[in-house]
Design a protein around this ligand. Structure first.
Ligand code: CA
Length: 227
């Protein structure tokens, strides 16, 4: 039994696939567009994602697959393709998908591929390479960041702080933990140093730095990243 996320906008396919996977004993989550799908992968960490290519909104299946692998998602990905050209693209591009099925597919075929990918098990976890939230895109490999396509001027230390936040998304990080992990024990900055860095990062990534949406203060403790 596995946790499977189906990202698909055609209700008939969603219903059919969900029923059959649940009948096999799997837990099935569904999302009808790429944004919701990405949020569910981050929140629920499914074992396998069934990913339609043509999705409403800006995030198609190809882009989403690339994003998921860039964020280090190590579960299986099976692409659901509708056309010959899409199959060629899945094969041709190094997207990180494990397999594909072409529509219309039979339930038996889909279940066989699901079992095969799940049996193969997870891949080795890639380091966090990229992350996107709101209008901000972070490239941790090249230390590049943009907001709405415009480059941000983050220092290597600010990148390191953001990476720690992204890796611990949704968890409160205390100022002391930030000091330990970012500054280490070699120098002796104060918690005030931490706060100053957070102010600078907020100025760059937040739409409105005085009422931050992504790096939220947790009174008396520290900060929480919610992007
Ligand atoms: Ca579709």
């Amino acid at each position: 039994m596995a946790k499977i996320l189906l990202i698909e906008d055609e209700p008939a396919i969603v219903m059919g696939v969900k029923d059959n996977l649940e009948y096999e004993g799997h837990e099935v989550l569904t999302a009808e567009d790429g944004e919701r799908g990405l949020a569910l992968v981050r929140e629920r960490q499914p074992d396998l994602v069934l990913l339609d290519i043509m999705l409403p909104g800006g995030n198609n299946g190809f882009a989403l697959c690339k994003t998921l692998r860039g964020e280090g998602f190590a579960g299986g990905i099976i692409m659901l393709t509708a056309r010959r050209e899409e199959v060629d693209k899945v094969r041709g591009l190094n997207l990180g998908a494990d397999d594909y099925v072409t529509k219309p597919f039979s339930v038996v075929e889909l279940l066989a591929r699901v079992s095969a990918v799940l049996r193969r098990g997870g891949r080795t976890v890639e380091p966090l390479a990229r992350y996107r939230f709101g209008a901000v895109e972070l490239d941790f490999l090249n230390y590049q960041a943009t907001k709405g396509g415009e480059p941000l001027a983050l220092t290597p230390r600010e990148f390191k702080i953001l990476k720690l936040f992204v890796e611990n998304r949704g968890r409160v990080i205390s100022r002391n933990e930030l000091l330990d992990k970012i500054w280490g024990y070699t120098i002796f900055p104060t918690t005030r140093t931490v706060d100053n860095h957070i102010v600078r990062i907020r100025k760059q990534i937040e739409a409105n730095p005085s009422t931050p949406q992504y790096i939220v203060s947790v009174r008396g403790v520290g900060y929480k990243f919610t992007g």
